[in-house]
Design a protein around this ligand. Structure first.
Ligand code: GLN
Length: 613
């Protein structure tokens, strides 16, 4: 569920619109259904319901009224899902009629109603649902509408009875449909369901949530339920776009440019697909049977907020969050000098690309073009997917093809942090059939990228050759000898924990051979934590110096990644050295500060580079 916090500026904008349009006195409340004539003309509410669940409501948004024709696209959606598209197409067309809602508009050749948004098509649709579910039809319908609104809805029996008793025109339409066999058998049960469906009692807020559900491809953003599937939602919105506002549909699409649906009780529901839903309640209607304030509010919102479907801004959307080379950022594995030289030379051929957002066709095209552009000069590409929210099915297919092609060209690809995005069997095939690697941490992906680059160099030694710890090299020969006499050699096995978090820092370790990794659990505000590597140290470096110098307990574990050789200086020996040969102790401390300073300098540099990538 989305946080309740709203933007006060947006609420203010809606309030101002509401106050201004409240002055409008045009239109008349529908009275052809006697109960509807009781509506209060000044009632006026506006709701904007966002796809992530925030709801803006101003004015009369909690008062119940009947849904009327706004039920039509939803009942049609339900019928599509229950009975199939083919079945429904045989019964009802999808062409705009350009006629009034209650027009007796049937295709002269087939006898089918033109579309499900006019009464003829809606009655035919309800008749299909009635035939399908029999006595359970009302319950089916109410359950479905309740899921759309996110709360239990009921039928206003007074309005239902009022329309049932006076709905002669709709009854006549039913008989015409019976005549051309769109309705088979008795017309009354289907007609009765239609009257009940129109009399479902909703508030403006309910309609807002229903609109938002359509904006979310059929998923209710408040409850997370999915009463509609995405393809059905697209069909419903298309019909709302061409037929939703009856004979004013063309003008509406021209001026407002949103799929919408109105009802004679004064509701208007409009959708900005993928973004939010709008609902307006105001009973006075224009000559087309659409709410006057409802039309005005949608029109003004569309103009002021640039919501028109065909008014799409091509700028400012990028699927590429960041893109840089191995010269800009290194993994947290410290490298020997030989490796560093090679990585510096070859850093350009390691490319790191962070993709982001929803990879629809537009985003995917950017991503694929970038990958292919890189492939001209790169040997290794790290593709980080951490900020990709969704990979649409077609995009996935095109990305798989592109990555497969890069692999054939001999480019090594590492996919990083794609958890949840690449679980399909197609990915499994790609990973099995190519050299493409997949890792779940960016730092590890960078390290792997560097490794692949290093592997490409000729005559690569399998393990870095043992190195003289650089710390020792900084001491003058007599002092170096004295210190060396205090160092105790230690051999470690893979996985051996050399330092344990919380222990006393009573030794300093110099690496002769091997790799040693230290990591922490990073704590997030949400309460969960993730393991993250701080660094991997390599031959020639030292570790454990921080607690050794500060006297504070160890802050993180250090584990051997492979068999290794260490030289260990104990605190006791160091203390004795301090008393016996202060000059040697000073030289050691100077060398340690130089080493730490060098590392800090590099780390700070990396952090500031991040700002510019
Ligand atoms: N129940 C109403 C009717 O059939 C629905 C019409 C509407 O909302 N436009 O007359």
């Amino acid at each position: 569920m989305a946080p309740a916090t709203q933007s006060t500026v947006i609420l203010g904008l809606l309030q101002e619109l509401h106050d201004r349009l409240s002055q409008c006195q045009e239109g008349a409340v529908a009275d052809y259904i006697p109960e509807l004539a009781k509506a209060v003309p000044r009632d006026f509410g506006i709701v904007v319901a966002m796809a992530d669940g925030r709801i803006y409501a101003v004015g009369e948004t909690e008062k119940p009224f009947t849904i009327q024709s706004i039920s039509k696209p939803f009942a049609y959606g339900l019928a599509l899902q229950q009975l199939s598209v083919e079945h429904m197409q045989r019964k009802v067309g999808v062409e705009p009629s350009g006629e009034a809602f209650n027009a007796i508009s049937l295709d002269p050749e087939t006898g089918r109603p033109r579309n499900p948004m006019i009464n003829a098509g809606a009655i035919a649709t309800s008749a299909q649902l009635q035939q399908l579910a029999g006595a359970g039809a009302e319950a089916l319908l109410l359950h479905f509408f309740s899921q759309l609104a996110g709360r239990e809805l009921s039928i206003d029996l007074e309005v239902y009875a009022s329309e049932r008793d006076t709905g002669h025109r709709n009854r006549a339409i039913s008989h015409l449909l019976r005549n051309v066999s769109v309705i088979e058998g008795d017309v009354e049960p289907g007609l009765d369901l239609y009257f009940r469906q129109c009399a479902i009692s909703v508030t403006c807020r309910d309609l807002g949530v229903m609109a938002a559900t359509l904006a979310c491809q059929g998923r209710n953003p408040l409850t997370g339920e999915r009463p509609l599937d995405a393809p059905t939602t697209v069909q419903m919105l298309s019909l709302m776009g061409t037929c939703g506002m009856y004979d004013a549909a063309g003008q509406w699409l021209h001026d407002v440019g949103m799929p919408a649906k109105s009802g004679v009780a004064g509701g208007v529901l409009a959708v900005v697909p993928g973004q939010f839903g709008i609902a307006v309640y105001s009973p006075p209607l224009d000559s087309y049977g659409n709410s006057v304030r409802g039309v005005a509010a949608c029109k003004e919102l569309s103009e002021r907020l640039s919501l028109h479907l065909y008014d799409q801004n091509p700028l400012g959307r990028s699927a590429i969050r960041r893109s840089y080379t191995g010269n800009h950022i290194q993994s947290r594995r410290w490298r020997t000098n030989t490796e560093l030289v090679h990585l510096r030379d070859q850093g350009q051929s390691l490319r790191i690309l962070h993709a982001q957002g929803v990879l629809d066709f537009y985003g995917t095209e950017q991503l694929l073009a970038n990958l292919e552009g890189m492939a001209r000069s790169a040997r290794v590409i790290v593709l980080d997917m951490h900020h990709v929210q969704e990979l649409l099915p077609n995009s996935l297919e095109m990305l798989i093809q592109t990555l497969g092609e890069l692999d054939r060209q001999g480019i090594r690809v590492v996919i990083s942090r794609a958890q949840g995005l690449i679980e399909s069997p197609r990915w499994a095939d790609l990973l099995a059939q190519t050299g493409i690697e997949r890792v779940d941490e960016l730092d590890i992906a960078l390290e792997l990228g560097e490794k692949l680059l290093l592997q490409a160099r000729e005559a690569r030694p399998d393990r870095p050759s043992p190195e003289r710890p650089s710390l020792l090299l900084q001491l003058d020969p007599p002092q170096r000898q004295e210190l060396e006499s205090l160092l105790v050699p230690r051999t470690v096995k893979t996985g051996e924990r050399v330092i344990r978090r919380g222990d006393d820092g009573d030794s300093l370790f110099l690496i002769v051979a091997g790799h040693f990794t230290t990591g922490v659990h990073v704590q997030f505000g949400s309460g969960d934590s993730r393991h993250s590597r701080l660094a991997t140290f390599t031959s020639g470096m030292c570790f454990g110096e921080i607690s050794f110098l500060s006297g504070k307990p160890r802050s993180a574990d250090v584990v051997a990644d492979e068999p290794g050789d260490l030289l260990v200086l104990s605190r006791d020996d160091f203390e004795r050295l301090r008393l016996r040969s202060p000059e040697t102790a000073i030289q050691l401390l100077l060398a340690l500060s130089a080493e730490l300073g060098g590392r800090l300098g590099r780390t700070s540099y990396q952090l500031s580079v991040m700002d510019h990538l």
